[in-house]
Write a protein that binds this ligand. Sequence first.
Ligand code: 5GP
Ligand code: ZN
Length: 116
Amino acid sequence: MSAQECLFCRIAGRSLPAEVVGEAEGLLAIKDRNPQAPTHLLIIPTEHIPTLADATDGHTALLGRAVQFANRLARQHQLVPSGYRLVINCGAGAGQSVWHLHFHLLGGRLLRWPPG
Ligand code: 5GP
Ligand code: ZN
């Protein structure tokens, strides 16, 4: 899939509008357009990686930065110490619907376990 066709490549390239809440090296954070919790952000690498299963050892630093970026965003959105969840849906069977790797950051309500 080309960057022209990929929704999150277009958002990361700023050719499609989104509510941007933060940026870090190689990463963008936006509000999910269909929030599942009072805070529901998406952390998107600017590089097109279809799923977590496509990430390589070369992406280790990027993935680490994404987790620490999520940590900072969670604090900025007052989700510490109440709690938050960081989720990657990998593959159709896990509910992935946009084929560009992204982390969901959810918080602001009681999150039950296990997810459906
Ligand atoms: P997935 O199901 O792939 O793990 O998550 C995709 C997420 O992207 C969903 O939570 C969905 O609401 C969100 N989403 C899909 N299209 C758009 C869009 O155009 N803009 C924004 N901000 N979020 C989107
Ligand atoms: Zn993409």
